[in-house]
Design a protein around this ligand. Structure first.
Ligand code: PPS
Length: 246
């Protein structure tokens, strides 16, 4: 992607794809900007550096929150890094491809997608490289690095919202926090998705973007052989993040 201007007070929301960044953008839009976004306004509140030109990004008021899937970038000065168990990421990513273009994705079953994923032949490359690069460099990030786990958000959203507020030096009332969490709930985001006005024509409606929103899907979805492949490839980084690897 072309270079873009990083400002001193930018906050980056960084994640490997399918780790829950859209959920986080709904939460942050409300916590940081006081805006309850929907699918038409999320991109005009927290833009993606991948979809907006440098000039377009400069039109956003500071401090900007910018979504990024980029690998470690030493220019980023404040980073919220969101991770998710890669064994669920791969399933979510597979369904996302089906959502985007029906069956016409060059892989016609999960096994072939898994093989591509294990080789890093998907957008954003290898999951473990992405995670390791950010974790290895986190202490160099000038204005702070906050690691969030999708699973912690699912298990204790109140506690994670407190951590986010502290990291961003924000204070919000209990009522504001409750309303934010409800607005960004799985059910509300799925409802908002259903009511979306503009839907690209190549979307497969039977597979929503806000699809399952669960942890440990892999335990029932992946075969033993597929679990072994994932654990062999990503076990070290899964362990580093505190995920169970059998
Ligand atoms: S993307 O395409 O990289 O921007 O995808 P991303 O938003 O990072 O991740 C999509 C997955 O996040 C789930 N999701 C949620 N989970 C829990 N609660 C809420 N509110 C929520 N919103 C989105 C979404 O369903 C995708 O996960 P899967 O496992 O496919 O359901």
């Amino acid at each position: 992607m072309p270079p873009f201007t990083i400002l001193q007070d930018d906050i980056f929301l960084v994640s490997y794809p399918k780790s829950g960044n859209t959920w986080m953008r709904f939460l942050l839009s409300s916590l940081h900007f006081g805006k309850k976004v929907d699918w038409s306004s999320v991109n005009t509140t927290i833009p993606s550096i991948h979809n907006v030109s440098n000039q377009g990004l400069l039109n956003f008021p500071s401090p900007r929150i910018l979504k990024s899937h980029q690998n470690y970038n030493k220019g980023y000065k404040k980073v919220i890094y969101l991770v998710r168990d890669v064994r669920d990421v791969v399933i979510s990513y597979y369904y996302y491809h089906l959502h985007l273009s029906g069956k016409n994705i060059g892989v016609n079953n999960f096994d072939s997608f898994l093989d591509k994923f294990l080789l890093g032949k998907v957008y954003a490359g290898l999951w473990d490289v992405h995670v390791q690069n950010w974790l290895d460099n986190k202490d160099k990030i000038e204005n702070g690095f906050l690691l969030l786990k999708y699973e912690d958000l699912i298990n204790d959203i109140d506690q994670e919202v407190e951590r986010i507020l502290m990291f961003l030096h924000l204070s919000r009332t209990k009522k504001e926090i409750k309303e934010t969490i409800n607005w960004a709930s799985f059910e509300n985001m799925q409802n908002l998705e259903r009511r979306k006005q503009k839907k690209p024509t190549n979307i497969d409606d039977s597979i929503p973007f806000v699809r399952k929103g669960q942890v440990n899907q892999w335990k029932t979805f992946l075969t033993d052989e597929q679990q072994n492949k994932m654990n062999n490839k990503f076990g070290a980084v899964l362990n580093r993040l505190g995920y169970d690897v059998m």
